[in-house]
Design a protein around this ligand. Structure first.
Ligand code: ZN
Length: 178
C-alpha cells in the first residue's frame, strides 16, 4: 500500500475537490455544512480501503500484520466497481438525498486511494483481477504522490468549473516566464 500518510494527504485533496463539486452543484447546504462534511468524508474515505480490512476488535498485541485483517489485503475493499458505483450514485443524488454529499466525499476519497495504490506493484482489482501500473514501490515517493494528487484535483476542479481556463492561463504564464 501507499503509506497511510500518502493516503491521508491525497484523501484531503479528494475531499477538497468533492467539496467544490458539492458546492457548485448547489448541494452545500446551509453555511456549506454539507460541503464541509464532504471534505471531511474525503479524508476519511482516502484511508478507508485500508482501515476497512482491519479487524479492529482483535487485540493489537495478539494479532499482528495479516493476522489482524478480516478481509485479505487489497481485495474487496479495494475493488473499483463498488467505489465507482457509489461515486456515480451519490453524484446524481446530490440534490435529492441529504446524505449524498457526504457519501460523494467518501467515494472521492476512496477512488483517490485506489488511484494511489494503482502504480505500485501489487496493484488494484478495478474490475476483476488486480492490475498494476508497476511504477513504484509502496511507501516510496510519498510527497510526490501527495503533490500529484493535489495537482490532479486542482486540474479537475478547473476543468469542471472553468473548462480549463485557469490551467490554460497557468501554462501561458509559465511559457511567458521561461
Ligand atoms: Zn490500500
Amino acid at each position: 500500500m501507499a503509506s497511510k500518510k500518502a493516503h491521508r494527504g491525497s484523501g484531503i485533496a479528494a475531499g477538497a475537490l468533492a467539496a467544490i463539486i458539492v458546492a457548485n452543484a448547489g448541494a452545500g447546504g446551509p453555511y456549506y455544512v454539507l460541503a464541509l462534511l464532504a471534505a471531511l468524508a474525503g479524508r476519511w474515505g482516502g484511508t478507508a480501503p485500508d482501515w476497512m480490512e482491519i479487524a479492529w476488535w482483535r487485540s493489537k498485541k495478539k494479532y499482528r500484520g495479516a493476522a489482524r485483517l478480516w478481509i485479505k489485503h487489497r481485495t474487496v475493499t479495494h475493488w473499483g466497481i463498488p467505489w465507482v458505483t457509489l461515486l456515480i450514485y451519490s453524484y446524481v443524488s446530490l440534490n435529492s438525498v441529504w446524505w449524498a454529499p457526504v457519501a460523494f466525499g467518501f467515494a472521492c476519497g476512496g477512488m483517490m486511494h485506489l488511484l494511489t495504490d494503482w502504480p505500485n506493484p501489487m496493484g488494484v482489482p478495478w474490475i476483476w483481477r488486480r492490475h498494476s501500473l508497476s511504477m513504484w514501490r509502496s511507501g516510496r515517493l510519498e510527497s510526490m504522490v501527495i503533490v500529484l494528487s493535489w495537482l490532479g484535483c486542482g486540474l479537475f476542479a478547473d476543468l469542471f468549473l472553468a473548462h480549463g481556463a485557469n490551467t490554460v492561463r497557468l501554462f501561458e504564464f509559465v511559457a511567458a516566464s521561461v
